[in-house]
Design a protein. Sequence first.
Length: 249
Amino acid sequence: MPRTLLGARGLTRRFGGLVAVNDVSIDLHEGEIHAVIGTNGAGKSTLVNVLSGEIAATSGSVELLGRDVTRFRQPRRALAGLGRSYQRSTIFPQFTVVENCRLAAQARLQRPWAFWRAARRCVPSTARAREALARAGLEAEADVVAGHLSHGKQRQLEVALCLATQPRVLLLDEPLAGMGAAEAEGMLALLTDLKPDHAMLLVEHDMDAVFRIADRITVMVDGAAIASDLPERVRANPDVQRAYLGHGH
């Protein structure tokens, strides 16, 4: 069995009378991509926010790399080995690509005693930033102003920012959003390349891409997981067909 790098049990998140995530359990394994699918409002992004520590669970638990991180907020979970990307771009468009990545690396390689030294002269964070860019296929764009990148390259930069913090677990919220076919193929190739060294959770609406790349799929409806299985079994599941995929998929 592949190693479980992140495990969640009985996660529930309530907003007043609304149950956005309802008793969801999920395991993310090293070397696998676990996709979470569902219609708008199904609770997918809320689940990612709870797993990342951006919002607290009402009940349930989260374990990261064998450590209970249920009470950790997002910065502590990031330092413990978790990275995430967002539906909307979180890059600094006025900075160069490498400067964006260096900022992310410095969040992990904090050196408060060196406050007098210019950030651009921090050798460890600069080296880690360039390693992340090379892994994300952006080495040639290192000195380009991030706001001048194409949409697809900006999404690659989002992944590079995660990699600069050296995570073992990646939570990727709609990384293909707004991409054309060629850009989407590039992102899928990048995720495939990253898979052996990470456990990944992928939230995505492109079903063709999901069934091509995912090793396991969880389907959410009204905050609850109605199925979690291998892609071929999810595709054949009558409840999933009725709720989301449609009989003809």
